[in-house]
Design a protein around this ligand. Structure first.
Ligand code: SF4
Length: 924
């Protein structure tokens, strides 16, 4: 084995290291300062010099320091659950893949990778699979995130190019947000928009979304488009722009093809404004207003995200938006253009290296024989995949059918995140060889791995990522590598060597890989061979020192250039054979699976404010679970009434593919006939709340992106015979219960429970539950000199409450009742592990403090841990009438600002109940 490519981090505390946040596609710059290396104590601040965030961080970014501890880390390779050396594990993987290829051909193996990988990891994975194994069976979880945008870009521009930059947020006069809860999913971009609007109140913001989300907080106009009707709406806009004479004929004539056909098709799907309004579910006057604003505002920026992409018509939705921008010539100009917001930190980097099964490296096309020959020549590889590989949904289907017999999964958790996730689990259970590289030991996917490879975590990784605006930044290591964790690119290269390709996989450090990636991007990339968009030839010979001091830049930045391109396409120059952009003629298509009498609701899935993907990292800090700790299903009040569902009850969502349970959240933000459930909860943290199991596996025929936003489901009250919760000082195993959720709190664990089993006595039920959970509690109690149990039983009402106090400190409580109406958890949670004073002890089993002020309620501001009840009391007692006043009084909302929309809602609801002058002002 060659020398290990891990950074030598000194044991002394270090000066601040500039790196990049590992969560969303905003790509914020972070300054990390290690204050205690051994304890892995790190202080985190926004990097004021990074052009994505200029020093600001959202609550997820600010909490990064709390997620770098060692809990749950995978530290050593394992084969079939037994510790192995790296040599043994790599031999096992190399031999296993080689055997399958020998016996069944290269398409019998696959890599499933991730937008969490660094570009260097991604580059090596793609090179090994496409250039040396000779299959294109490498796909990525970015398929689930933005592959429709890739397809849309390529169809319109001839290349996967984002034409604009974040600085256009401040320059736009009209910002249209489509299918994007930017406030929660790209919080720093939302803050930039909000600040721009505060500075220039004339700037208008339109939100187009089936759900009223926190993003509407800054909207001048909200269009609650019916799920799946975006193409119809943007066709209507195109037709309307033409009717108003608001198109840019010069741009169309000089730089595009296909406008007449696109317009004719758009006109065919649009009749008159009132029919269009009816078909799209939008008020006719609002629709008129939107069309008028779009027509008359040259500086219009359209931001779109997963609500557009995650659809069986996702590519068409993207092109419907691009059509409107091409028709008005509003592309790549200051404050003006279409802008896809990527979900993941390195979705763009993955696209650059060809991490999708239908792409080749450096934005070249796998279907293009010239491109294939060029890449093979550059790599000097024995083969090159001759056609596109299997996209994510098809890939796991091929694993299920046995066509794929060996799969290597890196930095992602498909058993949770894929649609029809139970089938993905079944597929992996049947697979001959499942290799999983992860930094976390216990995930739904690592549980099915034959080989586990310990990966580096954030703070240890060394490489580059690209954000939504084409800006490449460094992720730099600042923590020592724990155990035997290693970079993913290194593990891939070692397997490549074992498969006989040593010469082509012999890099020493990440910078070597980056240099090669940059050189390929510039290889035969010129007027003679055809110019390609992605070119970072300026880095092809980057020195080790320059790689270290690397400042973020936007591609393309060709050889000899020192500045990257801020914008593209304002003067045409598209990457099609004739240099012209292409309009697409688009006929609206209904989602593949429509609701019916059996499955009448449309399920939409997505992110919440404080969590990331499958919670393997954001779930490591209680701070990020304080706002929303339990999976929920948002439902319109009329639907709740019609289905006899009461607030706070557990509901069951069932589709033709699977089921999941969640706590209902009844809200008018949700349109009738639709429900929303977050994507984050896993089988590790819950017994039955993986929403991926419910999601249909329908995909967009062009991009292969799954339709995560539109699954027909039925929603029923979960007929539990009992509900309960346990609070404990220790993390306990999840009990066997129909509904069980583990929630990490600050210095405690909370377990939300419900079940249909009905032992005669609640005490018996509590005993059963606690028996299955209690080992850590027994251990803790065994070391205590005194243990005392308090109980309250009301057999007639089916109520049972128990508290265990060890050495005067509250060790655990268990509350069980016949329905979901149980005491609030906030006050009791604060008592766990605490030495109880007599008043607390007396009130304990009532679940309510004798002093109401001690109950802070549900946490709204995660940064300063400020609860809803505290906020409401302060609004009332201090006569607070604005978000700023709340901030001044309680600090809530003054750090990352993510909770400001909710603060506004609380002010409004206090106003409604109090109807005081101050409250009325808040509503206004
Ligand atoms: Fe990280 Fe995204 Fe938050 Fe920035 S906005 S700190 S990149 S999660």
């Amino acid at each position: 084995m060659n020398r290990l490519p891990v950074s030598d981090i000194s044991s002394a505390a270090s000066p601040a290291v500039s790196t990049t946040c590992p969560y969303c596609g905003v790509g914020c710059g972070v300054k990390a300062t290690v204050t205690d290396v051994a304890a892995r104590t790190v202080s985190i601040a926004g990097d004021e010099n990074h052009p994505a965030n200029f020093g600001r961080l959202c609550v997820k970014g600010s909490s990064l320091g709390e997620t770098v501890h060692m809990e749950g880390r995978l530290l050593h390779p394992e084969i079939h659950g037994a510790r192995a050396s790296w040599d043994e594990a790599l031999d096992h993987v190399g031999n296993g893949f080689a055997r399958v290829i020998r016996e069944h051909g290269p398409d019998a193996v696959a890599f499933y990778v991730s937008g969490q990988l660094l570009t260097e990891d991604y580059y090596v994975a793609n090179k090994l699979m496409k250039g040396f194994i000779g299959s294109a069976n490498i796909d990525t979880n970015s398929r689930l995130c933005m592959s429709s945008s890739v397809a849309g870009h390529k169809r319109a521009f001839g290349s996967d190019t984002v034409p604009n930059s974040y600085e256009d947020f401040e320059l736009a006069d009209l910002v249209v947000l489509v299918g994007s809860n930017t406030a929660w999913c790209h919080p720093i971009l939302f803050q930039r928009l909000k600040a721009a609007k505060e500075k220039r109140p004339g700037m208008r913001i339109v939100v187009i979304d089936p759900r009223r989300t926190a993003t509407c907080d800054i909207a001048d106009l909200f269009l609650p488009v019916k799920a799946g009707e975006d193409v119809r709406l943007f066709n209507g806009l195109l037709s309307n722009l033409s009717a108003r004479g608001a198109i840019d004929s010069d741009f169309i004539n000089s730089h595009t093809n296909g406008f007449d056909e696109a317009l004719a098709t758009a006109r065919a799907s649009e009749t008159d404004i009132s029919t269009l309004a009816h078909d799209t579910g939008v008020d006719a006057l609002d629709l008129e207003r939107f069309f008028s604003w779009f027509a008359t505002t040259p500086r219009t920026l359209t931001l779109y995200s997963q609500g557009v992409n995650q659809s069986s018509a996702g590519s068409d939705k993207v092109n419907a938006i691009l059509n409107c921008h091409l028709a008005t010539g509003r592309i790549g100009k200051p404050g003006s253009g279409p802008f896809s917001l990527t979900g993941q930190p390195n979705a763009m980097g993955g696209r650059e290296v060809g991490g999708l099964a239908n792409m080749l490296a450096a934005h070249m096309d796998i279907e293009n024989s010239v491109h294939r020959a060029r890449v093979q020549d550059f790599w000097q590889s024995p083969v090159i995949a001759g056609r596109g590989g299997l996209k994510a949904v098809d890939m796991f289907e091929a694993v299920h059918s046995g066509k794929i017999k060996a799969i290597w999964i890196m930095a992602t958790n498909p058993v949770v995140s894929m649609p029809d996730a139970d089938r993905v689990r079944e597929a992996l259970q049947k697979c001959e060889l499942v290799v999983v590289s992860d930094c976390i030991a216990d995930t739904d996917t690592t549980r099915l791995a034959h080989v586990k490879l310990p990966a580096l975590g954030w703070g240890e990784k060394d490489g580059t990522v690209t954000n939504s605006e084409r800006r490449i930044s460094r992720q730099r290591p600042f923590l020592p590598v724990p155990g035997e964790a290693r970079p993913d690119w290194w593990a891939l290269a070692e397997v490549g060597k074992r498969m006989g390709f040593a010469k082509s996989f012999s890099w020493d450090v990440a910078a070597d890989v980056f240099r090669e990636h940059a050189a390929l991007s510039a290889y035969e990339n010129d007027a003679e061979h055809g110019l390609r968009d992605f070119d970072i030839g300026s880095c092809a010979d980057i020195s080790a020192e320059d790689y270290e001091s690397f400042a973020p830049f936007q591609w393309p930045r060709r050889r000899g250039e020192s500045n990257g391109a801020v914008r593209l396409f304002a003067e045409g120059g598209f990457f099609t054979p004739d240099g012209r952009a292409r309009f697409l003629a688009l006929t609206p298509r209904a989602p593949v699976n429509a609701p019916d009498a059996q499955f009448p609701f449309v399920l939409n899935t997505g992110r919440i404010r404080d969590q990331w993907h499958t919670m393997t990292r954001t779930g490591l800090t209680s701070k990020l679970l304080a706002h929303i700790g339990e999976p929920f299903c948002a439902m319109n009040p009329d639907d709740a009434v019609a289905n006899s569902i009461l607030p706070g009850e557990v509901v069951e969502l069932e589709s033709r593919w699977g089921r999941a349970r969640a706590r209902v959240q009844i809200t008018t933000d949700q349109s009738p006939g639709t429900v929303f459930m977050p994507m984050h909860w896993t089988g590790v943290l819950t017994s039955s709340s993986r929403v991926g199991a419910v999601v249909n596996p329908a995909v967009d025929p062009v991009s292969g992106q799954p339709e995560n936003k539109h699954t027909p489901v039925r929603v029923r009250r979960f007929e539990a015979s009992w509900h309960g919760f346990v609070l404990s000082t220790e993390r306990l195993p999840l009990p066997v219960a129909d509904y069980a959720v583990a929630v990490r709190g600050e210095k405690f664990w909370r377990f939300e429970l419900a079940g249909t089993n009905a032992p005669a006595e609640r005490a018996e039920l509590a005993n059963e539950l606690l028996k299955s959970m209690q080992a850590p509690l027994v251990e803790a109690a065994a070391t205590a000199s005194s243990t005392e149990t308090l109980e309250y039983v009301d057999a007639a009402r089916g109520v049972y409450r128990r508290a265990v106090i060890a050495e005067g400190r509250l060790q655990s409580v268990c509350f069980i009742g016949p329905d979901a109406v149980l005491p609030e958890r906030a006050w009791l949670s604060g008592l766990i592990g605490k030495e109880l004073v007599p008043l607390e002890r007396r009130a304990l089993l009532s679940g309510k403090p004798s002093d109401p002020a001690a109950d802070v309620g549900r946490i709204i501001c995660a940064c300063f841990v400020v609860g809803e009840k505290t906020i409401r009391r302060a609004i009332e007692s201090e006569k607070l009438d604005s978000v700023a006043a709340i901030g001044k009084c309680l600090k809530a909302g003054t750090n990352c600002g993510s909770c400001q929309p909710e603060l506004k809602q609380i002010l409004a609801s206090c106003a409604l109940s109090a109807e005081t002058p101050a409250a009325q002002k808040a509503i206004a």
